[in-house]
Design a protein around this ligand. Structure first.
Ligand code: TYD
Ligand code: MG
Length: 460
């Protein structure tokens, strides 16, 4: 039996075990248990000693000098809910090479240029490497205080004594810093948790906003420090497809703003650029007349985003035809194929089905159902979707098409980009606008839209 002082900690979720086992029961990760020394048990009777009296305040306390500082990168500020809240802690996760360091370097440089004292500490790169990048990005003149360090003790001391107190502190990355009084190696749960705790405490004390960069494991979770997500105020994910230029900054937790907000950037040779009109990234041309492509008017947070959905139905002699999906849910595609088969007598059983969301975006809204169905029906019938048209709506198992939220925002964005026809669920609350609206009650109507003998022409 293991000695009582020993325990095994899952490096993925932080769960502890008395004995080693191959798979963590809590998060299902394999081979993630590492031996660590147990936390010292809290002696009972701790609560009997006398503590300090707390000072209570009212909810309407004076917060006039508690102002957010803005990063001057509009997309980042919006995702944060309007800039950095003083004393807040932010965790930013993302795949290696996605551009976290670049984004944060640009943010600190812009803030520093605007007069806010900022500190950037890298545990991964030498200061020369960061300077090199800054010079290439044309940010070398920004008065950022730069250091390369790993010891949490040194970091805390330097930041705490820095005058004037920094508005923003970037730690790149939390996995590289370590506390020398802990026996475990840097990057382990114990180290990451201890270091983060120190930094969060420092942030609250000095009013500095702290950004912690966290690496992400292969399954997309912030490695080890999933425990960190509970400790920090805000969790952001920086995502994107390596093969594509655009990057999306997404808030998954935010104590000071909305969580479904996104920021869109484009990686260029001059660093990350904000994309003011992201819809144009994800649709080719509204007038394209190829069968199998439809445009979905989606929402990402409060922001409408138009994306092209491409479907390809190809005949095959194989007994189990392939179904492949990029950027959408596999199970949802299977559901829509089943509904088309059962409720609309349109069989895909002898065909391979491919579905692709153009531009490398991942669509998660069920509202994309109708656009997916349109792309598939268009492909199987080889009739292009009516030019200038877009789709949104959720499909139920009986084939009924259900209204989705934010109809107006979706339509407005589409109109702005030159779309003229909206094919949407019956009962959608359309306020006004010049768009031609075709209301759909059942998926069958989508099928009959494509069963005309000649391709539909632009509706005017
Ligand atoms: P980086 O910020 O180092 O990623 P992370 O910190 O998330 O690991 O970004 C590195 C990638 O970005 C690298 O593949 C090169 C690319 N990049 C550009 O394309 N243009 C640029 O101006 C910069 C600085 C990086
Ligand atoms: Mg980096």
């Amino acid at each position: 039996m293991a000695r009582p002082s020993e325990q095994f900690t899952c490096q993925s979720c932080g769960e502890t075990y008395r004995k080693w086992q191959g798979r963590c029961d809590s998060c299902g990760e394999w081979n993630s248990l590492l031996e660590s020394t147990a936390d010292v048990a809290v002696p009972s009777g701790l609560t009997t000693g006398k503590g300090r009296n707390l000072t209570f305040t009212a909810l309407n306390a004076d917060i006039s000098d508690y102002k957010r500082s803005i990063s001057h990168i509009g997309e980042l500020d919006r995702v944060l809910g309007g800039g950095f809240v003083p004393g807040s802690s932010i965790l930013i996760g993302g795949d290696p090479g996605i551009g976290k360091s670049t984004l944060l370097l640009q943010a600190v440089a812009k803030m520093a240029l605007a007069g806010a004292p900022c500190i950037y500490i890298s545990g991964e790169e030498a200061t020369q490497q960061i300077s090199m990048r800054a010079q290439r990005l044309g940010l070398a003149d920004a008065p950022v205080q730069l250091a390369s360090a790993n010891s949490i003790r040194d970091i805390i001391t330097s930041v705490d004594t820095a005058r004037p107190a920094p508005k923003l502190l970037v730690i790149d990355s939390i996995q590289t810093v370590f506390a020398d009084n802990l026996p475990s190696a840097p990057g382990t749960v114990a180290q990451v948790r201890a270091s983060a705790q120190e930094l969060i405490r420092l942030a609250r004390k000095t009013g500095t906003s702290v950004i912690l960069v966290g690496h992400v494991t292969k399954d997309g979770q912030i490695a080890g420090p999933r425990v960190l997500e509970h400790m920090v105020d805000t969790v952001l994910y920086f995502e994107g497809d390596r093969g594509h230029q655009f990057r999306i900054l997404r808030a998954v937790k935010n104590r000071f703003g909305a969580t479904d907000e996104i920021g869109v950037f484009e990686m260029s040779d001059a660093g990350l650029k904000e994309v003011a009109n992201p819809s144009s990234l994800f649709i080719s041309s509204p007038d394209k007349t190829i069968s199998g492509a439809s445009v979905f008017a989606g929402m990402e947070g409060t922001r409408p985003l138009l994306v092209e959905i491409q479907g390809l139905v190809a005949a095959t002699a194989q007994a189990t035809p392939r179904r492949a999906v990029v950027g959408w849910d596999n199970a949802r595609l299977a559901m829509i194929l089943a509904v088309l088969d059962t409720r609309c007598d349109l069989s895909f059983s002898g065909s391979e089905v491919y579905l692709n969301v153009a531009g490398g975006l991942r669509v998660q809204e069920p509202a994309a159902d109708l656009a997916v169905a349109a792309a598939l029906v268009s492909s199987i019938s080889d009739i292009p979707v009516p030019p200038g048209s877009l789709f949104f709506g959720e499909i139920g198992l009986s084939g009924e098409v259900r209204p989705v939220g934010q109809t107006d925002a979706r339509l407005k964005e589409a109109a702005k980009l030159g779309f003229t026809t909206a094919i949407i669920p019956t009962g959608s609350k359309v306020k006004s606008g010049s768009m031609k609206i075709i209301e759909i009650e059942h998926l069958r109507e989508i099928v009959s839209l494509f069963s005309e003998t000649k391709p539909m022409t632009r509706a005017v």
